[in-house]
Design a protein around this ligand. Structure first.
Ligand SMILES: Nc1ncnc2c1ncn2[C@@H]1O[C@H](COP(=O)(O)OP(=O)(O)O)[C@@H](O)[C@H]1O
Ligand SMILES: [Mg+2]
Length: 367
C-alpha cells in the first residue's frame, strides 16, 4: 500500500503541490517554516479526514482561502489503484471521495491508507495520559482485527448513553445499559490483551536493535482483574452515580511500560525513550504486514538530528525490511540520503511552500 501521486491545494503554505512519490523512501528537506511538516500533515489528513492537531479547520486552510483539497492515488496490495480525495471548506460541507464516489465515513480512508506518524508529539505515547496508549492499541486492532472498529464505535455509543443516564436518570435506567456495555467491553478487552501479547516480542526485537534494554507491557483492562465487567458495573453503580460517569470498562484501560518493574521513563534517557517510541510504532507496521499483507505509510517528521549513524542505519534497515513507504522530513538529510542511496529513494526540497524534486542518481530504480 503506497501513495503514487499526491496533490495538495491551499493547505497551509502549500498553494498547489503535485508530487509523484517513491513507493519506498521519500526524503523531504527544507529550512524551518518551508512547508515540510505541512506535506506530512496533508497525508495524515487524507488518511483520517482531519489533522493530527484536531478538528479545527481554519488554521489548515490557506490564509484568505475558503477551502482546501487533497488528492492521492493509492496503490493497494492487490496492485490496484484507487483515488482518495478530501475537500474541506469553511463555507460549505466537506466531501470525502473514494474512487470518485462520495463516502460518508472517514474511517474508510484509514482502511485504504493506514498511516503512522512520528513527530515531536509522539512523546505523549510514553509521557502522556493512558488515552495515548489506548489509541496506540486501538490503531493496531482497527487495522488487523476486522470486527474491532465496529466494537469500538458501539462501545462508545453505549457508554455515552450510560453516562447520560448517570447524570439525568435513576438507577433503573442506568442498569438498562449494563449488559450491552459489558458484553462489548469484555470483547474489546480480550482483543487488546491478545494484541499486546502478539506485539510485545516484535517491539522488543526492534527496540533491541536500538539498544540493550528489553521492556514489558503491563496491560490493565480497566476494571478489577478478578471480576466480570457486568459485576463491576453493577457493583460500582452508586460510585458511578456519585461521579457522574462510568468508572469501569475498557475506556479506563492502561498500558504500563516497565523495565525491571519500574516505569520506563524512570530508567531510559530522553534519547532512549525516542527509540522506544519508534520501536512501538514500527512494530505496529510490522504486525500489520505479517497479519494482513498490508503496509502502512510512515511519516517521520524531523528525524532526530541527534541520532548517531548507527541508530539512523537501524531505522532505515527496519523500514526497508518492512518495505513500507516512508516520507521523512528534516533540515539536513544528507546522511539519510547516503544510507538510502542504493534504494529507490526520491528527494524533494521545499522552499516557501514550493516543492521541487531533486535529482537522484538512482531514480532509474523507480521504474
Ligand atoms: N493557514 C495558513 N496559510 C498560509 N500559511 C500558513 C498557514 N498556517 C501556517 N502557515 C505557514 O506555513 C509554513 C509551513 O509550516 P511547516 O510546514 O510547519 O514548516 P516546516 O515543517 O518546513 O518547518 C510556516 O511558515 C507557517 O507560518
Ligand atoms: Mg516542521
Amino acid at each position: 500500500m503506497s501513495i503514487k501521486t499526491l496533490s495538495i491545494y491551499t493547505f497551509r503554505n502549500l498553494t498547489e503541490v503535485h508530487l509523484t512519490l517513491s513507493p519506498f523512501f521519500n526524503l523531504i528537506s527544507g529550512e524551518n517554516g518551508a512547508g515540510k511538516s505541512s506535506i506530512l500533515e496533508a497525508v495524515y489528513f487524507l488518511s483520517h479526514g482531519r489533522s493530527f492537531r484536531g478538528h479545527v479547520l481554519e488554521p489548515l486552510i490557506q490564509f484568505n482561502q475558503q477551502k482546501t483539497i487533497l488528492q492521492a492515488l493509492i496503490e493497494t496490495t492487490s496492485q490496484n489503484e484507487v483515488s482518495l480525495g478530501v475537500m474541506k471548506s469553511l463555507v460549505e460541507e466537506g466531501q470525502i471521495k473514494i474512487g470518485g464516489e462520495l463516502c460518508r465515513s472517514a474511517a474508510e480512508l484509514a482502511v485504504l491508507l493506514p498511516v503512522q506518524l512520528l513527530n515531536a508529539d509522539s512523546f505523549d505515547l510514553l509521557n502522556g495520559g493512558p488515552a495515548f496508549r489506548r489509541q496506540w492499541m486501538d490503531w493496531g486492532l482497527f487495522h488487523v482485527e476486522p470486527s474491532y472498529g465496529d466494537l469500538w464505535r458501539q462501545y462508545n455509543r453505549v457508554l455515552k448513553q450510560r453516562n447520560a443516564a448517570l447524570k439525568r436518570e435513576g438507577a433503573a435506567v442506568v442498569r438498562c445499559w449494563d449488559e450491552e456495555l459489558a458484553q462489548i467491553g469484555e470483547k474489546m478487552a480480550l482483543h487488546r490483551a491478545y494484541y499486546i501479547e502478539q506485539i510485545m516480542p516484535l517491539c522488543n526485537d526492534i527496540f533491541g536493535r536500538f539498544c540493550d534494554f528489553s521492556f514489558y507491557f503491563q496491560y490493565e483492562r480497566g476494571w478489577d482483574a478478578d471480576k466480570l465487567l457486568l459485576d463491576a458495573l453493577q457493583g460500582g453503580l452508586a460510585r458511578d452515580q456519585h461521579l457522574g460517569y462510568t468508572s469501569a470498562g475498557p475506556h479506563r484501560a492502561e498500558l504500563r511500560l516497565t523495565i525491571e518493574d519500574k516505569p520506563v521513563q524512570t530508567i531510559l534517557s530522553r534519547g532512549q525513550q525516542k527509540w522506544l517510541i519508534y520501536s512501538l510504532k514500527l512494530a505496529q507496521g510490522l504486525l500489520l504486514k505479517q497479519q494482513t499483507g498490508k503496509s502502512c505509510v510512515y511519516l517521520l517528521d524531523d528525524v532526530p538530528a541527534e541520532w548517531d549513524d548507527q541508530r539512523q542505519k537501524t531505522l532505515i534497515a527496519v523500514l526497508q525490511d518492512m518495505a513500507s513507504q516512508v516520507l521523512i522530513t528534516g533540515i539536513d538529510l544528507s546522511y539519510l540520503h547516503e544510507l538510502t542511496a542504493n534504494l529507490p529513494t526520491k528527494m524533494f526540497h521545499v522552499e516557501h511552500g514550493v516543492v521541487m524534486e531533486a535529482y537522484a542518481a538512482n531514480a532509474e530504480n523507480l521504474n
